[in-house]
Design a protein around this ligand. Structure first.
Ligand code: ATP
Length: 874
C-alpha cells in the first residue's frame, strides 16, 4: 500500500484533516490496522521508532577518559625524563606499558558497565498496544510505524505522534511536551491548520500519557519525526549517580589530596637522603597514582549492573541504579493485594440477589441472576476471545460468569451499544455505562457495595422494585461483609432506565436500583507466605495497602501470614494527618478501601518513623506515592505512568519478587562494600609502606621501585577487585537488619581500613628487616621479597575482606580463586624470568626469601582476622 508520507516528514498538518482523510493518506484501515507485512515494510522505510542517541563518540571519549588524569601524564613525563637523564629507559617503557595496561583495564571495565546498562535499558523498553490485521496486540514501542492504529487507555504512555480517530472522554497529560499541567481533552474533529502543538486537540503526541478515558489514534510520525523527537535532547536516559557513587567521588577527591601529600613527603624524604631528583620525582608521582583507586567507580558500576541483570532474571527490573542500594536498606514493604499477594485469577464464587435469603451460584440461573450478570457484562471493558482474555481480572471474571450462566455476551453487547461511560478508577470505586438496548436506554453501574448502595434509592427484589430503606441498606452491607469475611472481593451491581442521553453521565449516577452482589475469589500465590516470612527474618515488615473491603483485607492478610495488627479503613486514613498517622502506623498490618491519593500519607508516615519504604502501585494515581517512596515498585502489567514513577518494575507482578530483589540488593551491597574495603585498604598499605620505608629505612636503599609500586597497584585493581564485585557470597544475607549505603564509608569503617592497610604495610616492613638484618641477603633480593610480600599479602587480603564480623567465610568463589591464581602466576613470571628481572629489577628468590614472604603474608592475614574479631565485638 502506498503511503502519502515521506520519511523524515514532520510538519504536515495532520491535525486539520478528517480522521478518514488521515487514514486514507496513510494507506491504513481504521478497524483492521496495517497488515504485518505492510508494517515490516514500513519499518524498513521509516526506521525504528526511537530517538537517536549520539553514541558514535562514546568510544573515543571512553578512551580519552582513561588518559584524562593529570597524574598519569605527570607519571609519563617523570618516567621519560628519567630515561633521558639517567638512561633508565627500561623503567620508562615498563611504566608506559603499565599505564597502557591500566587504561585498557579501565576501558574494558567501563565498556562492560555500559553494555550491562544498555541491555537493562532494553529490558525495560516501553510497549505499545495497537491493532494489526484486525487483532489487538502489544509490540515494543520501537516497532510502531506510521499507519498503525494505537489503542489508548488510561495510564498509557504514547510512543508516537498520532491523529485521534476515536475518543471516549479522552484526556491527555501533555506537561512533558507543552508544560501544560492540566490534562487536555482530545477529540476527533479537525483543528485549524495553524493550531500550535498545545492546541491540537485532534492529536496525541509521543511522550505524553493518557490521563483519563480511552480512544484510538492513527500514527502519523515516529522516532525523530515526532514533536518530542525535535527536542530529543531533553529526554536524556542517563541516570544520576547514586548516593554511594557520590560518596565515593567525595572520598576519591580527598584521597587525591592525601595521595599528592604522600607523594610530596616521599619525594622530600628521598631527596634529603641524596636520592637522585628524577628517581624521587618518579616515585612520588607513582605513589600518588597508586594511592587513588581509579578503577573503583567502574568496578562499582559493573557490580551494580551485574546485580541488576541477576534481578532482571528474577523478574525484577531496576530502572534506576541508585535503587539497588536503597533496596538493600528497605525495612517496610507496602504491597497491593490483587495480583501481588494473590494470583489475580479471579472467579465469581457466589452471587446474591437483592432480597434473596441465600447465596446463589452462577449456574443456579434465574431471571434475577441473569439480569445481575448481564448488567455487569455491559458495564465492562474486558474482552474474551476463546480462552484468551484482555482487561482487568475482576471484569474478566464477570464476563466468564455471564457466559457460564448461559448469557450470549457477544450478542448482548452487540444489541446494547455503549453510548457513554464513566470509567472505573480506584478513587471512585465504581464504573458506569450508558447502553441503548431493545428495552430502552439504561445506566449500568458496578462497584464497591457501599459506594453503589449510596447511589441507589431502590432495590429489585422478587416482589418487584422496593424503596431502599436504611434497614435494607444495612442488611445488604451485612451480606457483603459476610462474603468478605471469607476473603472474597465483593462488588455490587445496580441499574436505572433513562429517557434520553444525559449531558453528563456522572450527574446521573443517583437513584439507581440495586440488583445484588457478586463475590469473587482469588487465591493467594503459593510462594507468598514463605516470602513474607523470609522478609520478616530479614527485618523487613510487610504491610498490605488495598482498595478492597476491610474484612476481605483482613482475611487475605491472615492467609499471607502478615504480622498481627489492625486494619485501618480508608475513611480514617483520610482524616488523619501525617504526624498522627506516624504515631499509630506501626500497629497496622493493612489499610483497606484506600484512595490511591492517600497512599502518599502511608509512605510519609513510615518514612518519618525512620523506615526505608518500598511501595507498590500500578495505576495513574499511584504515581505520587511511588515517587515519594524510597523504592517505588510498579507492576509489569500496570500503567506506563506508574512504571515511569517507579524504581523497580516487577514483570511477574509478584510480591515474592520484591523480596528476591531485596536479597539481590543486599548481595550487591555486600560486594560493593568488599570491593571498596579491599581497594582502599590495599592502597593505604602501599602509601604507608612507601612513606615509612623512605622516612625510616631509606638509608638501606630504595624500599620499593616506582615500577614495582605501579605493578602492585595494577594487579590489585584488576582481577581481584573485579572478582570481589561479582562474588556470590554463600552466606544468607537475608538474616540480620537492613543496611544503609552510607555505612560503607563511615568514619569508623575508614579508620578500620587504614588500620588494615597498616597491618599489610607492617608485613612488608617485617620482610624488609628480616631479609636485610636477619638473613643478611643482598638488598636487590630483599626488595624483591618486599615487592612479592606486598603482592601476596594483598591477594590473601582479598579473601580476608570477605570474612564477616562473625568470622564466617563463604567458600571462595571460583572467580576469586582464578583471579588470585592468575595474579600469583604473573608475579612468579616477574620474579623468575629474565624479562621480569630486566623490567622490574627483580632477582630470583631463594627458598629463605620465599619462606619469609609466606610467613610475613600469613602473619598479616592472621593479624587482620584478629583485628576483625576484636573490632566486631565493639
Ligand atoms: P487490590 O489491593 O486488591 O489490588 P485495589 O487497590 O486495586 O485492590 P481497586 O481495584 O481500587 O482495589 O478496587 C476497589 C474496589 O472497587 C473493589 O473492592 C471493588 O469493589 C471495586 N472494583 C474493582 N474493580 C472494579 C471494576 N472494574 N469496576 C467496578 N468496580 C470495581
Amino acid at each position: 500500500m502506498e503511503t502519502g508520507l515521506e520519511p523524515g516528514e514532520r510538519a504536515r498538518t495532520w491535525h486539520s484533516l478528517t480522521p478518514d482523510g488521515v487514514v486514507g493518506l496513510l494507506g491504513s484501515d481504521s478497524l483492521r490496522g496495517l497488515s504485518p507485512s505492510d508494517a515490516s515494510r514500513r519499518i524498513d522505510e521509516f526506521g525504528p521508532n526511537q530517538l537517536f542517541e549520539p553514541e558514535r563518540w562514546t568510544r573515543v571519549r571512553r578512551v580519552g577518559r582513561q588518559f584524562g588524569d593529570v597524574l598519569i601524564w605527570l607519571l609519563l613525563v617523570a618516567a621519560f625524563a628519567s630515561g633521558f637523564l639517567i638512561g633508565a629507559w627500561v623503567d620508562a617503557f615498563a611504566i608506559l606499558a603499565i599505564v597502557f595496561l591500566n587504561a585498557a583495564l579501565g576501558y574494558v571495565q567501563e565498556t562492560r558497565a555500559d553494555t550491562a546498562l544498555d541491555s537493562l535499558k532494553s529490558l525495560g523498553a516501553p510497549r505499545a498496544r495497537l491493532i494489526r490485521a484486525g487483532r489487538a496486540m502489544e509490540v515494543d514501542a520501537e516497532e510502531v510505524v506510521p499507519g498503525d492504529i494505537l489503542v489508548l487507555s488510561m495510564g498509557d504512555r504514547i510512543s508516537a505522534d498520532a491523529r485521534v480517530i476515536e475518543a471516549a472522554h479522552l484526556e491527555m497529560a501533555e506537561a512533558s511536551l507543552t508544560g501544560e499541567s492540566l490534562p487536555v481533552e482530545k477529540l476527533t474533529v479537525p483543528c485549524e491548520p495553524e493550531a500550535v502543538v498545545g492546541d491540537r486537540a485532534s492529536m496525541v503526541f509521543a511522550g505524553t500519557t493518557v490521563a483519563r478515558g480511552r480512544g484510538r489514534a492513527i500514527v502519523v510520525a515516529t522516532g525523530m519525526n515526532t514533536e518530542i523527537g525535535a527536542i530529543a535532547a531533553s529526554l536524556s536516559p542517563t541516570s544520576p549517580p547514586s548516593p554511594l557513587q557520590r560518596e565515593l567521588a567525595r572520598i576519591g577527591r580527598r584521597l587525591a589530596m592525601v595521595a599528592v601529600a604522600a607523594g610530596v613527603v616521599v619525594f622530600g624524604a628521598g631527596y634529603a637522603q641524596d636520592y637522585p631528583l628524577e628517581t624521587m620525582a618518579l616515585t612520588g608521582v607513582a605513589l600518588a597514582v597508586a594511592a587513588i583507586p581509579e578503577g573503583l567507580p567502574a568496578v562499582v558500576t559493573v557490580t551494580l549492573a551485574a546485580g541488576l541483570r541477576r534481578m532482571a532474571q528474577r523478574h525484577a527490573i531496576v530502572r534506576r541504579l541508585p535503587a539497588v542500594e536503597a533496596l538493600g536498606a528497605v525495612d517496610v514493604i507496602c504491597t497491593d493485594k490483587t495480583g501481588t499477594l494473590t494470583r489475580a485469577e479471579l472467579s465469581v464464587s457466589v452471587v446474591r440477589i437483592a432480597g434473596s435469603p441465600n447465596d446463589l451460584t452462577v449456574r443456579d440461573g434465574g431471571e434475577a441472576v441473569t439480569r445481575l450478570l448481564s448488567t455487569s457484562a455491559l458495564c465492562n471493558d474486558a474482552r474474551l476471545t476463546g480462552e484468551a482474555a484482555t482487561g482487568s481480572p475482576t471484569e474478566v471474571a464477570l464476563l466468564r460468569a455471564a457466559l457460564d450462566a448461559g448469557i450470549d455476551v457477544a450478542e448482548l453487547t452487540a444489541r446494547s451499544p455503549r453510548l457513554d461511560e464513566v470509567a472505573f478508577d480506584s478513587s471512585r470505586k465504581r464504573m458506569s455505562t450508558l447502553n441503548d438496548g431493545p428495552a430502552g436506554m439504561g445506566l449500568h453501574m458496578k462497584g464497591a457495595p457501599e459506594v453503589v448502595l449510596s447511589h441507589s434509592s431502590h432495590a429489585a427484589t422478587e416482589d418487584g422494585e422496593i424503596l431502599l430503606t436504611e434497614a435494607l441498606r444495612r442488611g445488604f452491607l451485612a451480606d457483603a461483609e459476610r462474603m468478605a469475611r471469607g476473603g472474597l472481593r465483593t462488588l455490587a451491581v445496580a441499574a436505572k432506565s433513562l429517557e434520553e442521553v444525559p449531558v453528563s453521565l456522572e450527574s446521573e449516577e443517583a437513584g439507581l436500583t440495586y440488583l445484588g452482589l457478586v463475590g469473587l475469589r482469588d487465591k493467594i500465590r503459593s510462594e507468598v507466605p514463605e516470602a513474607v516470612a523470609s522478609a520478616r527474618e530479614a527485618g523487613v515488615r510487610t504491610v498490605m495497602v488495598t482498595g478492597d473491603h476491610q474484612i476481605t483485607a483482613a482475611a487475605i492478610a491472615d492467609a499471607a501470614g502478615l504480622d498481627d495488627g489492625q486494619v485501618m479503613h480508608g475513611s480514617e486514613l483520610t482524616k488523619l494527618g501525617v504526624p498522627e498517622l506516624t504515631e499509630v502506623i506501626g500497629e497496622h498490618r493493612a489499610f483497606a478501601r484506600v484512595d490511591p491519593i492517600d497512599k502518599v500519607k502511608i509512605v510519609e508516615a513510615w518514612r518519618s518513623s525512620g523506615a526505608t519504604v518500598a511501595m507498590t502501585g500500578d495505576g495513574v494515581n499511584d504515581a505520587p506515592a511511588l515517587r515519594a517512596a524510597d523504592i517505588g515498585v510498579s507492576m509489569g502489567s500496570g500503567t506506563d505512568v506508574a512504571r515511569e514513577a517507579s524504581a523497580l518494575v516487577l514483570t511477574d507482578d509478584n510480591y515474592a519478587t520484591i523480596v528476591h530483589a531485596i536479597d539481590e540488593g543486599r548481595r550487591v551491597f555486600h560486594n560493593i562494600r568488599n570491593v571498596v574495603h579491599y581497594l582502599l585498604s590495599a592502597n593505604a598499605s602501599e602509601v604507608i609502606y612507601v612513606v615509612v620505608g623512605f622516612l625510616f629505612f631509606g638509608f638501606l636503599g630504595e624500599p620499593l621501585l616506582a615500577v614495582q609500586l605501579l605493578w602492585i597497584n595494577l594487579l590489585s585493581d584488576a582481577l581481584p577487585a573485579l572478582a570481589l564485585g561479582l562474588d556470590s557470597p554463600a552466606g544468607d544475607l537475608m538474616h540480620g537488619r537492613p543496611k544503609s549505603g552510607r555505612d560503607i564509608l563511615s568514619p569508623r569503617n575508614l579508620s578500620m581500613l587504614v588500620a588494615q592497610g597498616a597491618v599489610l604495610a607492617g608485613a612488608a616492613v617485617v620482610t624488609l628487616l628480616t631479609g636485610y638484618y636477619l638473613l643478611d641477603l643482598p638488598f636487590e633480593e630483599v626488595r624483591t621479597m618486599v615487592f612479592t610480600t606486598m603482592v601476596v599479602s594483598q591477594l590473601i587480603h582479598a579473601v580476608n575482606v570477605r570474612v564477616d564480623g562473625n568470622m564466617r567465610l563463604s567458600p571462595p568463589d571460583r572467580l576469586l580463586v582464578g583471579a588470585i591464581l592468575s595474579s600469583l602466576a604473573l608475579q612468579v613470571l616477574i620474579v623468575y624470568t629474565g624479562a621480569g628481572h630486566t623490567l622490574f629489577s627483580t632477582v630470583s628468590l631463594s627458598s629463605r626469601g620465599i619462606a619469609t614472604v609466606l610467613v610475613a603474608s600469613a602473619m598479616s592475614m592472621v593479624a587482620i582476622r584478629g583485628f576483625k574479631v576484636w573490632t566486631a565485638g565493639r
